[in-house]
Design a protein around this ligand. Structure first.
Ligand code: M6R
Length: 613
């Protein structure tokens, strides 16, 4: 995590760096800093604890002038959040460096450098890199060579930006395992952790590949690959508008993103459906043949994306009849696993840069999976570039750390996958008549989501009953269970209320012991085949004085009673229930967090894009 920006231009770069950091703040926000080479050839540096706004204020008081600079917003991994640990880090006032990633062998390098007389001013893993570059420069290497020389000694992940007082005409960047993009201007170049940071200054980008080193001068760009060979990387134009990452009329990005879901879902469906069902080319030219041969599906993801995968397991096993295994990436990557014959490996990720998910994909590619498919929201991401097949969700930039529209668009993508597999495997739901019905249902989704968003005021009032609580249980059965998990994750990450989800049938095996009048129990209750079973579970809660908050389909014959609050969700079809029931749970978490006064978009200790292990 952490966000990097850098610029080499003919104009002052500090405003560009500060705006870039503001746009990257979702990646980390415990401290920030910038370093600019001033007209006298010295590096001026400013670092502050806290958010980018604090750095901007410090910069207003002590502006840094110069046309070459680097900047960083941090999510602490090694060393507490503090000004001293904030980047850029410097070596002997000569060179400055920003880093995103983790240097795994920093301890032996630090011991070696201390023995050689380097003085460390931070507890970070990063500082060894700047000292190593300094040593390579002192040994006579040019800046890009010094960086190449240094990264050969690093284990772990990095995206780097480096400036040096002896080379005022260049900025050097490198990446391995952490994202880095180059922005191309007119006689100016930029680097950043993602394109959004640079949209105010350019829409032309070059994506560095693993192991690349780049030297940016005002009038030229040179790139070397991991083998040290000069390479060209393609120039791409981004169609994302610079203001797409703005909050607009909404109080928080999360609120904006919740309300954008009807449009995001409509965009994700666009061009992928005909009246006869999902278009054969939706997943790419060769996908039909591959999907028809698939005999099993493995889905790997983290966090919210993992929950989307869990919903898909219910769909794929019930509607397609293929075995479907779903696993969190951080577990998958470190265990021995059996690869089922002819199986499809699916990764789900909003960012496409989640370190564990990327590592799982790379392992899968070497372990004999027939094909890899990425369902992802960022077209230029590493996950997309490294997968055989891709289905892009079109949620648009998601800035709030709590994932909302990325989740519902992932569910849409997974529905498209399920229905395609069902058609190719000739199950009953894949037949022609059903396909027409499913198309109509999918096309009705944006309108259904609008209807459920109208519950906003009711849910906001309900949120008041949660503000003083310390714990909360979420229950569901079938596909509603992962939706309950997602509801619990949303509540805990932004309101800091401890929330856990259980399959309702598991209550009596332990969690029932927690139930008392201080334990709100949120229930996801669509009108489906498991409803009667769910009702019995709710009786178990009521009999023990638990407070029930039931999100129930219009048609569910539940009665509000003392201790039982019913929130009616517009009735819909079983197939799309998971999407519809997600929305009120997102709203609940949002309103509880607002009432508690937490930092909704940037909750404590978290970051949006988890590019480290
Ligand atoms: O970008 P990804 O979808 O790979 O991210 C995975 C998780 O880090 C992410 O979903 C996280 O759990 C969110 N903060 C949840 O709201």
């Amino acid at each position: 995590m952490c966000g990097i920006v850098g610029a080499i231009a003919h104009r002052p770069v500090s405003p560009i760096l500060l705006e870039g950091l503001r746009r990257l703040e979702y990646r980390g926000y415990d401290s920030a800093g910038l370093a600019v080479l001033d007209p006298d050839g010295k590096i001026g540096r400013l670092r502050t604890l806290g958010k980018v706004a604090q750095l901007s204020t410090a910069h207003d008081e002590r502006p840094l002038a110069g046309t070459l600079g680097i900047a960083h917003t941090r999510w602490a991994t090694h060393g507490e959040p503090s000004t001293q640990n904030a980047h850029p880090h410097m070596a002997r006032q000569r060179c400055a460096l920003v880093h995103n990633g983790i240097i795994e062998n920093h301890e032996p390098l630090r011991r070696e450098q201390m023995a050689a007389g380097h003085v460390f001013s931070s507890q970070t893993d990063t500082e060894v890199v700047v000292h190593a570059i300094h040593d390579a420069l002192a040994a006579g290497h040019e800046l890009a060579e010094a960086v190449r020389h240094t990264i050969a000694r690093l284990d772990g992940a990095y995206a780097l930006g480096v400036i040096d007082t002896h080379y005022p005409d260049r900025l050097v960047a490198a990446r391995q395992g952490s994202p880095l993009v180059i922005g191309v201007g007119f006689q100016e170049y930029f680097i950043a952790s993602d394109v959004f940071a640079l949209l105010p200054v350019t829409n032309r980008f070059i994506f560095l590949e693993e192991g690349d080193v780049a030297e940016l001068r005002r009038d030229r760009l040179s790139i070397w690959n991991a083998q040290g060979e000069r390479v060209e990387r393609p120039l791409r134009e981004s169609s994302v508008a610079a203001d797409s990452a703005e909050r607009g009329q909404y109080r928080h990005f999360m609120q904006k993103e919740i309300f954008e879901q009807p449009r995001a879902v409509a965009d994700t469906l666009e061009g992928r459906l005909s009246n006869e069902g999902v278009l054969p080319e939706a997943f790419g030219v060769d996908a039909e043949r591959i999907f028809a041969a698939a005999q099993a599906v493995t889905i790997v993801a983290c966090g919210t994306s993992f929950h989307a995968g869990l919903v898909a397991r219910y769909w794929i096993e019930a509607l397609v009849g293929l075995p479907c295994n779903v696993e969190v990436a951080s577990e998958y990557r470190y265990r021995q696993h059996v690869v089922p014959k002819d199986s499809l490996f699916v990764t789900l990720s909003q960012s496409g840069e989640t370190a564990d998910t990327l590592a799982a994909l790379r392992i899968a590619k070497e372990s004999g999976y027939a094909t890899t498919l990425a369902i992802c929201n960022v077209p230029e991401s590493s996950l997309v570039r490294e997968s055989d097949l891709v289905l892009l969700t079109r949620a648009g930039p998601e800035i709030g750390v709590a994932s909302t529209k990325a989740f519902t668009t992932q569910l849409v993508a997974l529905l498209l996958l399920t229905l395609t597999l069902a058609r190719l495997h000739r199950t009953s739901i894949g037949d022609q008549a059903d396909a027409a019905r499913q198309t109509a249902l999918l096309r009705s989704l944006p309108a259904q989501l609008e209807r459920v968003l109208a519950l906003d005021d009711e849910v906001a009032a309900l949120a008041e009953q949660f503000v003083e609580k310390h714990h909360c249980l979420f229950l569901g059965r079938g596909e509603a269970y992962p939706i309950a998990m997602e509801g619990a994750l949303k509540l805990k990450e932004i309101s800091y209320i401890h929330a856990e989800a259980y399959p309702a049938g598991e209550l009596k095996h332990g969690p029932l012991a927690l139930i008392d009048e201080d334990m709100p129990v949120v229930v996801v209750a669509p009108n489906n085949a498991l409803l009667e079973k769910l009702k019995s579970n709710l009786e178990e809660v009521r009999a023990r004085g638990g407070q029930l908050y039931v999100f129930a389909d219009d048609q569910v014959p539940f009665q509000a009673d003392p201790g039982v609050t019913i929130i009616r969700v517009p009735e819909t079809d079983d197939l799309i229930d998971p999407l519809v029931f997600t929305i009120p749970l997102q709203l609940l978490a949002y309103h509880v967090a607002v009432l508690k006064g937490t930092d909704v978009d940037q909750p404590r200790n978290l970051a949006k894009s988890v590019t480290v292990e």
